[in-house]
Design a protein around this ligand. Structure first.
Ligand SMILES: [Zn+2]
Ligand SMILES: [Zn+2]
Length: 314
């Protein structure tokens, strides 16, 4: 028990020291300054070449989302996630040891060239996350947490990191075993994380940058805005892609019926959803009944229009 207590207490001080060091020492390997730099980059692009020209530069909930960004990237780890996850991992390893299992590594990808390791990690993780995201929409209980992300009514890059900390726990828990199987402790996880953060910022940004055929591979604002649409083709939504859009095309969940620049965002009764950070933290625990999800589009409006045609509408 003492071992777990030590892990618990040192997790706070270790992460606190780490975060402080990050802030004091700008460098290329520093999450804090990458997050700041990427955010400034997308914000400036939104100012210079906005997709919705009438959208204010400081849009609705800009500062709320700015706080969420910092909270979900750093503070949640500081206030508890690191302690909980470190204990969880230790307990899980102790449990495996009961069966004589030292670790879960099934594929020794460390011997592969670096680019192949990074690509495998990126693609595998993105596919797992696509599935988790679908689950967040399919489970009434998890949807209560995911609603925080869908409460965005005016879209911009910072909306990317508006999500409830409950989601972090769901994603990390489900990712853990498959990533442990490929020995995910690889050093260059950093690059994958920064790349995914950049695409996430891009998906949510108020930008229209044509990707050409790459739009079938990478997620983009024109596709992701339909994920946030108030009216959806079915109860569980569409376009679950995180970094890659290819999963939605492969599994038939892609949906872009027309140019989505000015569509209404959110869900049924989003107008009365709590607006402050603190209230949003408690909201999922308060919702007791399964609330209907988004409004559903009548079948005749559902037909799928290929992305080329949608592009021509822009
Ligand atoms: Zn979603
Ligand atoms: Zn989103």
């Amino acid at each position: 028990m003492e071992k777990y207590w030590n892990i618990f207490t040192s997790s706070f001080s270790d992460y606190g020291n780490y975060l402080w060091r990050e802030i004091l020492n700008p460098s290329w390997g520093n999450y804090f300054y990458w997050l700041l730099g990427l955010s400034l980059f997308f914000w400036l692009l939104e100012v210079v070449v906005p997709w919705r020209k009438g959208q204010p530069v400081i849009r609705q909930d800009f500062w709320l989302d700015g706080f969420y960004m910092f909270f979900n990237f750093f503070l949640f780890s500081l206030v508890g996630f690191n302690a909980i996850s470190n204990i969880g991992v230790e307990a899980f390893n102790d449990f495996l040891a009961l069966f004589g299992i030292q670790n879960l590594v099934a594929f020794e990808i460390q011997s592969w060239p670096l680019w192949a390791q990074l690509l495998t990690l990126f693609v595998l993780r993105d596919f797992i996350q696509w599935n988790v995201h679908r689950l967040l929409h399919r489970s009434d209980y998890l949807w209560r947490f995911h609603k925080v992300h869908h409460s965005v009514q005016q879209m911009g890059f910072a909306a990317h990191l508006r999500f409830h900390w409950g989601e972090t726990i769901v994603y990390r828990t489900i990712e853990y075993i498959p990533l442990a199987m490929i020995g995910f402790g690889i050093q260059d996880f950093f690059l994958v994380h920064i790349f995914a953060t950049a695409i996430g910022h891009f998906n949510h940004s108020n930008l229209h940058i044509p990707l050409g055929p790459l739009r079938y591979l990478f997620n983009n604002p024109q596709m992701h805005i339909w994920h946030h649409a108030k009216r959806l083709p079915n109860r569980y939504g569409a376009n679950y892609g995180i970094s890659l859009s290819v999963w939605d095309y492969l599994f038939g969940t892609a949906y872009m019926p027309k140019d989505g620049r000015d569509i209404e965002l959110g869900f049924d009764e989003v107008e009365v959803y709590p607006k402050s950070f603190l209230e949003q933290q408690f909201q999922p625990f308060k919702e007791r009944t399964a609330i209907p999800l988004q409004e559903v589009v009548p079948a005749k409006e559902k037909q799928f229009i290929p992305a080329e045609e949608v592009d021509q509408l822009n």
